[in-house]
Ligand binder design. Structure first.
Ligand code: SF4
Length: 305
């Protein structure tokens, strides 16, 4: 099995060079995918990387909205997603029609969309944000403006906690993976590892966020491990990140907060599909020009901050 993986990885590396392609992989990807990637990061880091790299082909190992964001920022490049079925249930919880209706019903608040949305929803939004900068993005909006935050209610509630006086309306979406962690999971692990620091992604429920030593995006977690000086960590985000953390910080110990922290969509990307994508440069992800300009505006507003 290991031999098969190794052979496929070697074939991918060779083909990648032949095609002049770069492989980008999200922290939640399978270990063997992370091993063949040129860059590993969170969705925004990878999209920015895609835009700045002087290559014509990007194989994006992640889920659909991530490849779409990369295509949005670099329409001249060929962005390939090895499995078009790798979606994000959270992103699917808001459609552009629903956003238009809700915005109208609420008297036209500023729409702040999490990066986990389709390009069409980004096109209906004033500004985009990530889990790393959501608090900052909302803080930079005019104080008197009401905000509709979508689609993640847990991230929205976390942001709202920083601005209790502001009118912030929350969308009822959630990530089924992060929502699966319970406060009891953390408390149980805390008993077993009392010295461990608790790292929680803000897509988790507020009752879990409350128990965190650090609430952070995936890239924020990697940074916290580097800077905290601690040796043990309970990690409440998708399990794929443990591979990266263990590789970069081999002396530290990491405990996954719950066995439910596995995203089936992220795991749809396999080495075989990655190889096939490189061979055919399909399936390509593109954003229609009619959507692109408006969606890009929301993302660029965020990048300017
Ligand atoms: S972990 Fe959650 S937010 Fe991330 S891709 Fe999977 S379902 Fe979407």
């Amino acid at each position: 099995m290991d031999k098969e993986i190794k052979e496929l990885q070697e074939a991918i590396s060779k083909l990648k060079e032949e095609k002049g392609a770069v492989i980008l992989a999200h922290y939640y990807q399978r270990r063997e995918i992370q091993e063949v990637a040129d860059y590993i990061g969170d969705s925004l880091e990878l999209s920015r990387r895609a835009a700045s790299l002087p290559v014509g082909v990007i194989v994006f190992c992640g889920v659909h909205f991530m490849a779409e964001t990369a295509a949005l920022l670099s329409p001249e490049k060929r962005v390939v997603l090895p499995d078009l079925e790798a979606g994000c249930p959270l992103a699917d919880m808001a459609t552009p029609e629903e956003v238009r209706l809700r915005r109208e019903a609420l008297g036209h608040p500023l729409v702040v969309c999490y990066v986990n949305t389709s390009a069409a929803v980004k096109g209906e939004s004033y500004i985009c944000c990530t889990s790393a900068n959501a608090v900052e993005v909302v803080g930079k909006l005019p104080e008197e403006a009401a905000v509709l935050f979508l689609p993640d209610r847990n991230l929205g509630a976390y942001v709202k906690g920083f601005y209790p006086q502001r009118a912030i309306f929350l969308w009822p979406g959630y990530c089924p993976v992060h929502e699966g962690v319970e406060a009891e999971d953390i408390l149980r692990l805390k008993e077993l590892h009392p010295r461990a620091k608790v790292l929680v992604h803000p897509e988790c429920k507020p009752s879990v966020v409350e128990l965190a030593d650090k609430v952070a995006s995936t890239s924020g977690m990697v940074k916290y491990v580097r800077e905290s000086g601690a040796g043990e960590f309970i990690v409440a985000t998708e399990k794929g990140i443990l591979h990266h953390l263990a590789k970069v910080y081999p002396e530290a110990k990491f405990y996954l907060a719950s066995p439910r922290l596995e995203c089936p969509d992220m795991k749809k990307i396999t080495l075989e599909k990655c190889y096939k994508s490189l061979l055919t440069l399909e399936p390509r992800v593109q954003v229609p020009p009619s959507v692109r300009e408006r969606a890009r505006r929301a993302v660029e507003r965020m990048l300017r901050l």
